[in-house]
Ligand binder design. Sequence first.
Ligand SMILES: Nc1nc2c(c(=O)[nH]1)N[C@H]1C(S)=C(S)[C@@H](COP(=O)(O)OP(=O)(O)OC[C@H]3O[C@@H](n4cnc5c(N)ncnc54)[C@H](O)[C@@H]3O)O[C@H]1N2
Ligand code: MOO
Length: 643
Amino acid sequence: MAKKRNLYLTSVPLSRALEEYVIQMAEVLNQREIQWVDVGDSLGKMTAEPVFARISAPHYNAAAMDGIAIEAAKTYGASETTPVQLRQYSDFLMVNTGAPLPDAFDAVIMIEDVVEVDEETVEIRNAATPWQHVRPVGEDIVKGELILPVRHLIRPQDMGALLSGGVTQVPVFRKIRVGLIPTGSEITAMTDPLPPGKIIESNSRMFKGLIETYGGETITYPVVKDEPRLLEAAVLRGVAENDLLVINAGSSAGTKDFTVDVLRELGSVMFHGIAIKPGKPAILAQVKGKPVVGIPGYPVSAYVVFEQIVKPLVYHYRLLPPPEPEMVEAVLARRVVSSLKHEEHIRIKLGQVNGRWIATPLSRGAGVTMSLVRADGMLTVPQEVEGYEKSTVVPIRLARPLKEIQNTLVSIGSHDLVMDLLSNELQAGGKGVALSSAHTGSMGGLMALKQGECHMAPIHLLDETTGRYNEAMVERYFPGKRMVLIKLVKRSQGLMLPLRNPKKIAGIADLTREDVTMVNRQKGAGTRILLDYYLRRDSIDPLKVKGYHREMTTHMAVAVAVGSGGADCGMGVASAAASMELDFLHLDWEDYDLVCEESTLELTAFQELLKIIRGDAFQKQVAAMGGYDLSQAGELVYLNQAP
Ligand SMILES: Nc1nc2c(c(=O)[nH]1)N[C@H]1C(S)=C(S)[C@@H](COP(=O)(O)OP(=O)(O)OC[C@H]3O[C@@H](n4cnc5c(N)ncnc54)[C@H](O)[C@@H]3O)O[C@H]1N2
Ligand code: MOO
């Protein structure tokens, strides 16, 4: 009989689950193994016992300056008018800093204060005091003195002091060892080609990195296929070899999700289902007294569960509070809705526009790893909060240093591959300027610019009355405001077609054919506006166009749909067609430009961007993609200039 589904999901608040789990696991988590390590390998480790000096430092009386060692009494009475002469060997010896002070001498005179009379004789014009410029035994460290207390995190200067005190090995707590077990018959290493249904094992590598940043170490086990007996064996081995075991995934309600059953059989499950999103199917269990955490498979869910659950466990073991994240208050660019069923963690892109930090929520999909790559920070919506209205000021936990984000130019609007090239060139420029692009279509960009949520908007908007691009729309949306268009590229727009155009599509008129299905772009996208313009011009009823209502949000998504056989054609730019190796029917050149407020031009970061747009490196790369005309790139068109 097929396995029954887990209908799990008690939904316990995160803080309660974690608190109770730590209490139940306290005995194991507090059993820290002590290790003796060479001082040289002790950086970042915590002392498990106090460490005392084995010898004094210095362990002899040492000259503290370069000069002569003398007996202070022999210099008494010396002055400018009554200098005292001293003879080498009987009255003084030359010494260098750090050298032992010879017996019978009790002070050092700096070489600058010594006047040479002849080869053997010197003159002193200031009396010395006993023990001047001498570092006596134990000045730094006295034998038997405490160098480091217990539970001290060893820093480079501590390592120096330990060695000076004659200590070569220190007792430290062994790093927590975390076992990582990936599961799932579909999980595999990258193969070329990658068959459909196979998923590349990527989570374990992310986990290893996370554990290392928390100060632990990991063992990654081979992928366990969906077979309870195999998982049982892997779990038993994992708990025997580690302090904490992580199982990924199979935490949810699928017919092959037996992680929880196996854990119940081998030990006990304290929580299955925690009120956080993403990450709700997380499992907190114990096997043979060792903590075992079941992590949901989706990478973003997994990341959140690591940060919210695994990290505090590791820090508990390390006897340290987790590091406090840097915070910033930011204005929400969009409304955020969240459920009362859970606390939600939302990835955020930040940008500083006109002195305000603007927080733009990124994709909330639990499988969208790129949202973690792009995020500058995280917003937590507590369980009892249903969300925030647009423009609310919210606290953001930073995922990158604020300084890096401060120099980010924020672009919201239409997407084109040239924006990716610009971003890359800025980064390569090494001036610390970055470009963050969000893709909402041209109209979305104009709106965002109007609301002060971005520095610039990439747009390609046809004015149907004049047949001209961009100027008219900007003047219409920003009446009386001094704006600038930065000319970027003219790009070839047309129909993307499968290779060799099997349906012989020859133009817009063919979109109404019975045997032709298209994919469209979302409302507000410049490409959609262009298509609508053609349909109206040629008196074609959109209802007669099959696929007109199937909307994609980028050129590449349209190209993928056409390339994979999901559609017979779609409007888009030549470069996207070329990168998917599609046929392309050119229809028009359109202007793809950046628009910003005139004052934005003054930003140093923006000047940097202009330099790159006008530079060879960027232009060559764009030209190489094909389908672009760069003859106006970098020209400025000032709009709404008062007479
Ligand atoms: N009927 C229901 N279905 C699901 C529910 C639910 O409540 N009822 N919960 C959803 C939620 S929320 C999440 S989160 C996921 C959790 O899924 P599992 O933990 O059971 O994980 P799998 O189904 O095995 O895998 C999901 C997904 O994760 C990726 N994955 C898995 N392992 C790896 C790996 N080692 N490296 C990279 N990526 C990995 C992969 O994309 C899998 O497709 O369940 C929902 N379903
Ligand atoms: O909990 Mo799942 O992680 O919401 O996607």
